[in-house]
Design a binder for this molecule. Sequence first.
Ligand SMILES: Nc1nc2c(c(=O)[nH]1)N[C@H]1C(S)=C(S)[C@@H](COP(=O)(O)O)O[C@H]1N2
Ligand SMILES: [Mo]
Length: 536
Amino acid sequence: MAIEFSAGTQLNADHVSVESRRSRATAGALAGLLAAAVAVGIGELAAAFVRPEASPIIAVGNRVILLTPEAVRRWAIRQFGTDDKSALLTGIYIGIALLAIVIGLLALRRLALGLAGLAVFGAFGVYSALTAHAHQATDVVPSIVAAAGGMASLWWLTRHWSEGEAAAGRPTEPAAASERVTDRRQFLIGSASMAGVAAATGFGGRALQHERFDASAARAAIALPAPSSPAPALPAGVDLGKGAAPFVTSNKDFYRIDTALSVPQIDPNTWRLRIHGLVDRQITLSYKDILARPLIERWITLACVSNEVGGQLISNARFLGAALADVLREAGVHANADQLVMTSADGMTIGAPTAVVMDGRDSLLAVGMNGVPLPVEHGFPVRVVVPGLYGYVSACKWVVDIRATTFADFGAYWVQQGWVQQAPVVLSSRIDRPSSNQVFAVGETVVFAGVAWEQEVGVDKVEIQIDDGPWVEARLASVPSIDTWRQWVATWTATAGSHTARVRATDAKGRLQISKAAPPYPGAATGYNIIQISAR
Ligand SMILES: Nc1nc2c(c(=O)[nH]1)N[C@H]1C(S)=C(S)[C@@H](COP(=O)(O)O)O[C@H]1N2
Ligand SMILES: [Mo]
């Protein structure tokens, strides 16, 4: 650290001013950063006594997500994929650090300005907490306490620095030199302790949040009942073993897309699902009620509408759950209720077409995934899964409310962002192997492998084309149902030069995949997955 505080040296006037300006800037930046760190830490600790979502960082992050234009959000998903949340949090920390430095520098000039800066910070936290979906009144507390802690720290640090500076400005006064040393020493000791306080409250607060709110212990205690209608045994040959994505995606590899910066931690014992709106009778189900229903288990491939051609935002798992259509029939959904608006514990709304959900497909109130209770980040305790619909119009995680209404009456979250209102999965195919730009030897047998999907319809044919050659039919893997993706494999003998390889699928209704390239927004990407390879 470049803070100069040895009082004995007598420097010439020019040197002193440059030197002291430099150390003043360092001190200001340090004071600002430490004040912000203390604020963030105290905010985390306070959130441990309210709830994790009330952490100022999380509240502000969620607000930033809501304030971010949809185009930027799409860019972030394209750039960072499922790491979009860490990218956002990193951005927020960097932003806070930069603002904190400015606030610290201001504070050394005029303390009131620095304090006002921190107050604005706190106010933004309060505003974020108050405007979050599904917020609670006490959510503002951590932001207020955090701002107060940050302001106190800034005040203390700048006071000690300024008093040291004032003493340094009275060089003829015999007591001044030692006063300056004492103040500078206090500034440094204070800084170190504040760094300690920030780390202890920050990390301790996070740990305490986990301790008090983590749903994983409750999840671990759950024994899922056996399904009354088990998933079909996987036929031989669902995996061709040639480099396509594995037929079953493990829970840890399953893609994750949601707006939840802090994953909702729900106690299954207090969880309730309310079904209401345009229904004959409102129904409220507990987790036990769901488990007591006949459970069905199905292989279902879930896809995200934001998936680019060739993208990874699609996975396949064995889901276990209660039949959603049965529950809706018991509630007596009115004929005019063309939309089911599902709300999650964090306030996300997802709207699905009632007719599609109830057309006989295996729409689930899912509780299990690949033989275990739903992972917390995939919607524990209960989520919706509707085969054949993109996640954003069906697969509500942490679902707590289903309201029968109309599309005319309500636009769900993503639809308000401009995504199309109703979105059946589009017939698509992907090349998983070889990787783009891979180089082969002339005469070598090149193995192409990948997956194709159109849930609820099924894939009947996959073809690859090298350059302008003929379309060559690939060998298809077996599938347990039309609700999953399907592996394919094809071979080609490499000829010299660089080549373009493309893939296309035909569905069980004989329809060819759309060749026109279009980006995901506003209603699913189309176009063939194309890669370049070469041989020499
Ligand atoms: N509560 C909630 N549910 C949600 C979302 C969300 O942001 N919040 N995202 C949806 C989207 S866009 C998709 S693609 C799927 C992804 O589910 P997964 O994360 O389990 O793969 O969840 C859907 N359900
Ligand atoms: Mo999605």
